[in-house]
Design a binder for this molecule. Structure first.
Ligand code: CA
Length: 256
């Protein structure tokens, strides 16, 4: 496969942030273009980027407008750059199809790792890896085999209900990406038309975590006030089953 620089479009009207991002991304091997408004972003999109970093408050409108247009057109992944504590905006953005979000002020290392993850997911979608490969979804010692509709934890098969299986499948298909409760409810609702309410989701998450074993946050992380994400944590590299006979901790779900 031909190797090329990934192109990132930064849509940001704060010149200080823009300058810092531009040089940092350039130093890290990305080809960068910038737009300070929705209008400029429209022009820049003529030469489609591989990823967009999107500020929500722009001088000529809401970044959300661009996000929606981008999703309708099947555009590149979008990472929202937003001020801290704008929980409502983050939820709106993720529900509108943003791939991820980073709150300002952000650490460059974190932003770079989010960018790499979003580009990797987009590349996996485009590159359509072999069928066998896409049949196995993994996170730590959890393996979901789509072909056989089976789940194993640490090599041992775990029996899940249809709802638990579907929930795990959605989370693993979007590994390292925060999914809002609304989005999860919509996707779960799709299966067979049964209405899944917020309480059902909480119960499903709790049961699924119990079946996956260990610390409840081991595979399925609670993103406070927003939703959930499947992510590998350093913790799980240790064998939690033999962790000094420590009982599984069943913590409260912070989203309740
Ligand atoms: Ca702004």
């Amino acid at each position: 496969m031909e190797w090329k620089l990934s192109r990132i479009l930064i849509v940001e009207d704060d010149e200080t942030i823009l300058f810092a991002l531009r040089s940092a991304l350039g130093r890290n091997g990305y080809e960068v273009s910038a737009a300070g408004s929705l209008e400029e972003a429209g022009c820049a999109a003529q030469n489609p980027p591989d990823l967009i970093l999107l500020d929500l408050g722009l001088p000529d409108g809401e970044g959300m407008t661009l996000l929606k247009a981008c999703r309708e057109a099947g555009g590149p992944p979008v990472i929202i750059l937003t001020a801290r504590d704008d929980e409502a905006d983050i939820i709106k953005g993720l529900d509108a199809g943003a791939d991820d979000y980073v709150t300002k002020p952000f650490k460059l290392g974190i932003l770079l790792s989010r960018i790499r993850a979003a580009l990797r997911r987009a590349g996996e979608k485009d590159g359509e890896p072999g069928r066998e490969e896409t049949q196995l979804l993994t996170c730590g010692d959890v393996v979901l085999d789509k072909k056989r509709t089976r789940v194993s934890v640490g090599g041992r098969e775990t029996v899940l209900t249809a709802g638990e299986y579907r929930l795990l499948e959605i989370l693993l298909e979007n590994k390292n990406r925060t999914l809002t409760r609304t989005l999860l409810l919509e996707r779960l609702w799709d299966i067979d038309g049964d209405f899944v309410n917020s309480n059902t989701l909480t119960v499903l998450i709790k049961r699924l975590r119990e079946k996956l074993g260990g610390d409840p946050q081991r595979i399925i992380h609670t993103v406070r006030g927003i939703g959930y994400k499947a992510e590998e944590t350093p913790f799980q590299t240790a064998d939690w089953r033999s962790a000094a006979g420590k009982p599984a901790i069943c913590g409260r779900d912070e989203n309740e």
